[in-house]
Design a binder for this molecule. Structure first.
Ligand SMILES: *Cc1c(COP(=O)(O)O)cnc(C)c1O
Length: 651
């Protein structure tokens, strides 16, 4: 197959439609006339070609796989969320404020948290912590005393002490009680330290989330207080004469809530709890609606689990108006509103760039010259290939499959030679392709034949690890948009699935976003020898960065932080690069000391040299290579290393 010239051209619009850039990407992604994918950090005209970022990063020594963080896009999300609530509050004549917090667990990377705080400064945007390490981060980074610092998660005495320390420093730290025992400890420690705490109660709602990320609710919920536990808490707080401390009601029904009506129901129920606590004599003041604001991963705007049937603006309006309605009915002053929107803030700013390094083909398509008598099974397969008209497509597929299986048993029993088996396989795949080519477009296709796409797809081998960089795809079948970042002016002609470089058959991607559906293959471009082919996985800024796993000891990928350049149209600059994990660092995490390993290997090389099994010069080179790879990156590296061999010869 000749490649370059034969690839028909494609318009930017066709590329945008096929990969869904305009759907899931909102105003942030377009394709230019040269077939390059462009990111528009602010959703306006200004854009950056992703390929330019990749080229510049490579010149700076950072190779794919790496994460590109578009910092202006992150800032824009923070502003959009805050402005959405401001607009809703204005439109509803709501008498409280919005005081959101970023839940750090969604992406704790320093540059991410700092950028959010900086962009959110003028909105008094705060932080949420769910553990001691996260609280340590939040206490140091959050200096704005008008911003909230919400403390969630299981708490021991040290966690509570740390939060109370925040109060001593004049911060708006709120300890959210998830278990009654935490309330006892908070009261005790607050008295010990002489601090007036701010306390919140996490309520267990009957409204349940839905989708993959729904929190367990009701009886088996991990967090939150039931109505009767809240009554016990009320008594404890009053008995401790700390009525002034109770400020906040919190709930969290799970992440990525696809359906706005679920959010409405939860908000109404939580507001009822809020109003009742006001009635019982507490000052209150804040209603925290938790996370759950979604991301439209497939761009379908539906209540499908990868999507959401509402926008950020609709979310804000529904939260504000439902709280207002319930408060008005109950005759209670409206609270300030906080949300802990994590995914919605950080998912879009980050994309994973990786390279396709190889492909796995089903058969080479090369006929094998056979001598001697043809095996009858082989002859029957030839017959099936040549006489398409004699069969219904499904029958033809079944017959071919049966013959192939028969041939494989014959091979196992020693009745079929290797050449014949190769020919059997080639004929089988040829028949499959022929059946697929004859299927009516858009017609009713039996499932088995529908699966031919997947069966016939090529596998593109990609230099990254699903377990490190797209963990939720493996763990939860979450779909992320995936697309080439260049050559988008060529029609992609190869239906493919992706496999990563881990030795795990689960390290693959064979489900891709489609409009309100899932497709099993993604059309990609034929690989061009010697030329890199870059793919991007998008909307990966939430959770994926931090939950990565060291399967096969592939470490954290590098990072490139990009800003728009103000003085220059379409300009950008790379503010910072972070190197991916080096091998010695990863080995250190599992108790291997790199120096020890080098010493152990050196001993073996010395012994081999002494025994004349290895020449001294060769031994030195072996150790040199071992030591060098110890500090190199963990991913594949196919680039030619210039000058190395020549220098050796000269030495
Ligand atoms: C994880 C979590 C969040 C973040 O949820 P998103 O859906 O990512 O916005 C917020 N609050 C709590 C308590 C959480 O556990």
């Amino acid at each position: 197959m000749s490649k370059n010239a034969s690839n028909p051209t494609w318009s930017p619009k066709e590329a945008e439609d096929y990969y869904g850039f305009r759907r899931w990407g909102a105003d942030h992604f377009t394709v230019d006339a040269g077939g390059a994918l462009c990111v528009h950090p602010l959703g306006d005209q200004r854009s950056i070609r992703l390929l330019d970022i990749v080229k510049e990063a490579e010149q700076m020594g950072v190779r794919p796989p790496f994460t590109i963080r578009v910092q202006d896009l992150l800032r824009q999300r923070v502003i959009r969320l805050n402005e959405a609530f401001r607009a809703a509050i204005r439109d509803e004549n709501y008498e409280g404020r919005y005081r959101g917090v970023f839940p750090t667990k969604v992406n704790q990377l320093r540059e991410v948290v700092e950028e959010i705080l900086d962009a959110g400064e003028k909105y008094d945007f705060g932080l949420e912590a769910g553990s001691k390490p996260e609280l340590l981060i939040a206490l140091a980074l959050l200096e704005n005393k008008k911003a909230l610092l919400v403390c969630n998660g299981y708490k021991d005495d040290d966690y509570i002490r740390l939060a109370l320390m925040g109060r001593r420093l004049g911060k708006q730290t709120v300890i959210v009680i998830e278990q009654l025992s935490e309330l006892d400890a908070t009261i005790r420690l607050a008295k010990e330290m002489g601090v007036e705490p701010h306390i919140g109660l996490r309520v267990k709602l009957t409204t349940t989330g839905e989708g993959k990320w729904a929190e367990s609710t009701g009886e088996d919920a991990k967090f939150g207080l039931t109505a009767s536990e809240i009554m016990v808490a009320v008594k404890k707080i009053k008995r401790a004469r700390m009525t002034e401390a109770l400020r906040l009601v919190h709930f969290h029904i799970g992440s990525q809530v696809p359906n706005i009506s679920t959010i409405k129901k939860a908000v109404i129920e939580a507001t009822r709890f809020y109003c009742e606590l006001v009635r019982l004599g507490f000052p209150m003041g804040i209603l925290d609606v938790g996370g759950g604001l979604g991301i439209d991963y497939d761009g379908s705007r539906s209540n499908y689990e990868s999507s959401m049937n509402y926008s950020m603006e609709v979310y804000a309006r529904d939260v504000v108006s439902n709280i207002k309605t319930v408060c008005e009915q109950t005759g209670v002053a409206v609270p300030d509103i906080t949300s802990e929107s994590g995914r919605a803030l950080v998912a879009p700013h980050s994309m994973l760039i990786f390279e396709v390094v190889d492909r796995i083909v089903r058969d080479t398509g090369e006929p094998v010259p056979l001598t001697g008598k043809r095996n009858p099974t082989l002859r029957e397969l030839e017959d099936i290939l040549q006489n398409a008209d004699r069969y219904e497509p499904l029958e033809r597929f079944h017959d071919a499959k049966q013959k192939k299986e028969e041939a494989h048993s014959l091979f196992n029993l020693g009745y079929l030679r290797l050449e014949e088996r190769a020919e059997v396989d080639r004929l089988f795949w040829q028949i499959c392709r022929d059946i697929q080519a004859r299927l009516p477009a858009g017609g009713d296709i039996p499932d088995e034949l529908g699966d031919l796409d997947k069966l016939l797809a090529e596998q593109y081998v990609c230099n990254f690890s699903v377990f490190q960089s797209l963990l939720d795809h493996w763990a939860l079948d979450q779909l992320f948009p995936i697309a080439p970042i260049h050559r988008l002016n060529e029609k992609p002609s190869v239906p493919a699935t992706l496999v990563d470089i881990t030795c795990d058959s689960d390290g693959k991607i064979s489900a891709f976003i489609d409009f309100e559906d899932i497709k099993t293959t993604l059309d990609l471009h034929p690989l061009q020898p010697g030329k890199p082919y870059y793919l991007g996985a998008f909307l990966v800024g939430a959770y994926q960065d931090i939950m990565g796993d060291l399967h096969n000891l592939f470490g954290r990928v590098g990072e490139v932080h990009v800003f728009l350049e103000d003085d220059e149209e379409d300009g950008f600059y790379i503010e910072e690069t972070i190197n991916g994990s080096s091998t010695d660092r990863i080995l250190g995490m599992i108790q291997y000391n790199a120096d020890d390993l080098c010493r152990m290997l050196k001993k073996q090389i010395d012994r081999a040299t002494k025994n004349d099994e290895v020449r001294p010069r060769e031994g030195v080179a072996m150790l040199e290579m071992y030591e060098k790879l110890m500090t190199a990156k963990t991913y594949l590296d196919f680039r030619k290393k210039p000058g190395k061999a020549r220098r050796k010869k000269g030495a």
